[in-house]
Write a protein that binds this ligand. Structure first.
Ligand SMILES: C[S@@+](CC[C@H](N)C(=O)[O-])C[C@H]1O[C@@H](n2cnc3c(N)ncnc32)[C@H](O)[C@@H]1O
Length: 311
């Protein structure tokens, strides 16, 4: 099935692909509950990147606690900043509980599906071993919606960015269960990921679903959707690429509409202001929580204007 390759099949394929001769014999693979046979030539979409010795790639042998890993992310992030830039972050790291399945997924799948933060642009073609539209999601939480979108859109590649370790473990678990080949994770501050790891005009889409609302007025400065950040988002979109946001907080929705509407590089796809929820966006965990509390939901869908106006 396009875009779906068993994890064990992928690993077997990578090993076979690295060896001589270049066209290896079919590799029988058993990935419960499915049993199938693939050849390495059927797996070009999933060549593993080299594994630098960084946070995520040490997971298999990592004995640090979640809190220690989260502290490391903070330290790494601080090291990439030049004072007095950016003392305000859009998140607070919480010490979350890890289920055994999530822990196992971190150990077994982290080295393959978590890309370490790097201060140079990501080569998505090398990561996914194909040229496909690339979509970045910021703050995927526990990642259920992220995995579902990647599964239903196999023609696209996805990178999810999240700082919260249990969420990373939960999404890795889904990647394994759904045998997703078109999804990778970066566990780092998305602002730094966009600035340093994403080349200008390289993304087909950006998803920001139910970002932390920071509902107290004194905390509004922590909200992700601010003019400066939106300009950064727009700069990373290819012409025609889309920015899709959703929130269940009305005053944040109004802020989003105002800030996105004021960004000259973006155009609203909806004359009505807010957009209908696209069929391919499932309800997210935070959205469901908001709905149970009686909140409304607002989707916003903007596109990147052409870089130069036709004469
Ligand atoms: C309210 S939750 C929403 C999660 C998910 N999108 C959903 O709808 O269920 C917001 C998530 O964004 C993450 N987040 C906030 N700021 C971030 C940043 N700068 N970089 C990466 N993740 C961030 C938080 O850790 C949190 O998991």
């Amino acid at each position: 099935m396009p875009g779906r390759v068993g994890v064990k099949a992928v690993i077997a394929g990578d090993r076979a692909g690295a060896a001589d001769p270049p066209v290896p014999a079919p590799v029988p693979v058993l990935v419960p509950p499915h049993s199938f046979t693939v050849t390495a030539s059927e797996l070009p979409h999933d060549t593993a990147p080299d594994l630098p010795t960084d946070l995520a790639t040490d997971l298999a042998t990592d004995t640090r606690t979640n809190t220690q890993i989260d502290t490391q992310i903070d330290t790494d992030t601080a090291a990439t900043l030049r004072p007095p830039q950016r003392a305000i972050r859009s998140y607070v790291l919480r010490a979350g509980r890890m289920g055994t399945g999530q822990q196992r997924a971190l150990e077994e799948l982290g080295p393959r599906f978590v890309l370490p933060f790097q201060a140079t642009p990501l080569d998505a073609g090398a990561v996914f071993a194909r040229q496909a539209p690339l979509v970045l999601e910021i703050g995927f939480g526990m990642g259920q919606a992220t995995a579902e979108i990647a599964q239903t859109r196999p023609e696209m590649d996805f990178v999810g960015v999240e700082v919260h370790t249990p969420g990373v473990g939960a999404l890795l678990k889904r990647i394994g269960e759904l045998e997703l080949a078109n999804l990778r994770i970066v566990q780092h501050d998305a602002v730094e990921v966009l600035r340093q790891m994403v080349a200008p005009a390289s993304l087909a889409g950006i998803h920001i679903y139910f970002p932390d609302p920071w509902h107290k007025k004194k905390h509004h400065k922590r909200r992700l959707i601010q003019p400066e950040f939106v300009a950064l988002l727009a700069s990373r979109l290819a012409p025609g690429g889309y920015l899709h946001c959703a929130t269940d907080w009305q005053d944040y929705a109004e802020q989003m509409l105002a800030v996105l509407g004021a960004e000259p590089a973006l155009a609203n796809t909806s004359e009505a202001g807010y957009a209908p929820r696209p069929d391919w966006r499932p309800l997210t965990k935070f959205e469901n929580r908001g709905l149970k509390l009686g909140h409304g939901v607002w989707d916003l869908l903007f596109v990147r204007q052409p870089l130069t106006q036709p004469s």
